[in-house]
Ligand binder design. Structure first.
Ligand code: C5P
Length: 279
């Protein structure tokens, strides 16, 4: 596929994603939080906090909670890659057929939608979010996410999500290194094998050895690929989530935000959890 065609497709995808996500997510989130979150800073195009790390380090839960507290939107960039793997699988496209995969990105079969609850994936208007989290798609995804054309095709769409939004908490593998290198704050999540395995085994009802095999293989592929490999940004703060529950992780992230001068506690009476940004 030529460069012009690819960039046309990428722009079309960006437009679809922006449109869908504006309608579906940001508005309702803002309304829901308008009484407890007060913003008085400027809106900046880099109002972004990134969370990167391996499988089952607790990134998604942390990103969702932090975003809710800030009144921002949260994005799972993994949903882009999982969604693509899912529709490619259904269409019988081989995981190494880069041209066919890039072609899917600009098609009606591929739509990413932001909501307050999740980064949803739709294909031709059908919500497939439940299907992108199966072990089969989890195994398939690193085999397509290693392809440079796929990553290039999805990059601008991920960056465009900041348009028209107060801010984003974005999680994935390369969010702080490639997607948003100018993010205000970057986290790198780590977890012990045992804790990650236990989380996976619980959510997929499998044994610990199976869980460990799956997680290690996925992390090996994501850290070993040639393009945008999974690694911490040089300015990322490392957070070990092995012994922390989701609320403790949220508090720790807020603490780091405060330390970095990004967030100050909003002490008005509405809520002890309410914050105002002072960016
Ligand atoms: O985060 P999640 O487990 O949903 O990611 C699924 C897969 O998507 C990862 O194993 C990785 O191959 C790919 N991914 C990526 N870059 C990102 C996010 C996810 O390559 N920023």
């Amino acid at each position: 596929m030529g460069r012009g065609r690819r960039s046309q497709l990428t722009s079309a995808l960006g437009a679809v994603i922006s449109l869908l996500s504006c309608c579906a997510g940001s508005g309702s989130r803002t309304r829901r939080h308008r009484n407890i979150v007060v913003f008085y800073g400027r809106m900046a195009s880099n109002n972004v906090i990134t969370i990167d790390g391996g499988a089952h380090t607790g990134k998604s839960t942390a990103a969702q909670r932090l975003a809710a507290q800030l009144g921002w939107d949260w994005v799972s960039t993994g949903a882009f890659y999982r969604g693509l793997a899912c529709v490619a699988d259904a269409a019988g496209i081989a995981p190494d057929d880069e041209a066919a995969l890039v072609g899917l990105i600009g098609s009606q079969e591929f739509q990413v939608v932001l909501t307050a609850e999740a980064t949803r994936f739709e294909s031709k208007g059908r919500d497939l979010t439940g299907e992108i989290f199966t072990p089969r798609i989890g195994d398939l995804t690193p085999r397509i996410s290693r392809l440079p054309g796929v990553r290039a095709g999805l990059l601008q769409a991920q960056r465009d999500l900041i348009r028209g939004r107060r801010g984003l908490v974005v999680e994935g593998r390369d969010c702080g290194t490639v997607v948003f290198p100018d993010a205000l704050l970057k986290f790198w999540f780590i977890v012990s094998d045992e804790a990650a395995g236990a989380r996976w085994a619980k959510s997929h009802q499998s044994t610990l050895p199976e869980a460990l095999e799956h997680i290690r293989e996925r992390n090996r592929r994501d850290a070993g690929r040639a393009t945008a490999q999974m690694k911490p940004a040089s300015d990322a703060i490392t957070v070990d989530t092995s012994d922390l529950d989701p609320d403790a992780v949220r508090k720790l992230l807020i603490h780091h935000c405060q330390q970095a001068g990004l967030v100050s506690l909003f002490t008005a009476s509405q809520s002890a959890n309410a914050f105002s940004t002072i960016l």
